[in-house]
Design a protein around this ligand. Structure first.
Ligand SMILES: [Zn+2]
Length: 255
């Protein structure tokens, strides 16, 4: 390249690369908030625990200039599921992470679970939803119950191209789930991490790869109290961050 052209391009490139538009935007969605406690046990409320972990994760992501972070809530305020999906769109996120904590009437239930976008036929979906409600022991909030309802059905007029984008997004979400599991450093006795396809409202209604992370069970006698501890929360935030980095690396390789 001729030197004078290079001298023209270099400052422009630096300007270009430093621009925010080139950062990879991660939208963090701490579940519940305000009047909606989510799961509520003596070790703490789900809404508080997930906000604490989300804030720690946001700090880690912010420290990396490759990323930009947005949150659907950063205080104890309620957000409808529709509002969360709308916010994710308005942030032009590249990735959506919804953070929750689990509960079960079975006190042995333990470990993190990762849910990504849904692709099951309706009859299987109903079975899944019924099992899921059972799993929550009927203690789920109205808002959460809504999230298990059928996500919007694609009107006939929506193009094949849109379906392809959606399929791509589902594959990316599955990839992200795998990286998150690989990097997970949760409670050491938890051997099983579940990856499932689910029709949660938030992960099905955002036009970007999205995963819902259940950090662990508040109802487990050992895992529950850990979820409230700052050091354990740091470990979980670091796990999710490490998963994100690996996901981004694999994405960059395909470009
Ligand atoms: Zn929840």
């Amino acid at each position: 390249m001729k030197p004078f052209i290079r001298s023209l391009l270099l400052p422009a490139t630096i300007l270009f690369l430093s621009h925010d538009a080139f950062a990879f935007t991660v939208v963090i969605d701490p579940g519940h908030g305000g009047y909606d406690n989510g799961a509520n046990y003596s070790v703490g409320t789900e809404k508080r625990i997930v906000l604490e972990v989300s804030k720690k994760l946001a700090k880690l992501i912010e420290s990396n200039p490759q990323f930009k972070v947005k949150m659907t809530r950063s205080s104890d305020s309620p957000r409808s599921l529709k509002k969360r999906a709308e916010m994710a769109q308005s942030f032009s996120g590249d990735l959506f992470l919804s953070i929750h904590a689990n509960s079960s009437p079975d006190s042995r239930a333990i470990g993190a679970e990762f849910f990504f976008q849904h692709q099951l036929p309706p009859e299987k979906s109903s079975l899944f939803l019924a099992r899921r409600e059972e799993h929550h022991g009927g203690r789920i909030s109205d808002e959460e119950r809504m999230s298990f309802g059928p996500a919007h059905k694609n009107p006939y007029v929506k193009s094949i191209l849109e379906d392809l984008i959606r399929t791509q997004s589902i594959h990316s979400s599955a990839d992200l789930s795998v990286h998150l599991v690989e990097q997970w450093k949760g409670y050491k006795k938890s051997k099983k991490y579940v990856i499932q396809q689910a029709e949660f409202y938030v992960v099905s209604n955002v036009p970007m790869p999205s995963v819902l992370v259940e950090l662990g069970f508040l109802t487990h006698k050992k895992e529950g109290p850990l979820l409230s501890q700052k050091s354990y929360q740091n470990k979980l935030a670091q796990s999710i961050y490490d998963g994100l980095i690996k996901y981004k690396e694999s994405l960059d390789k395909t470009l």
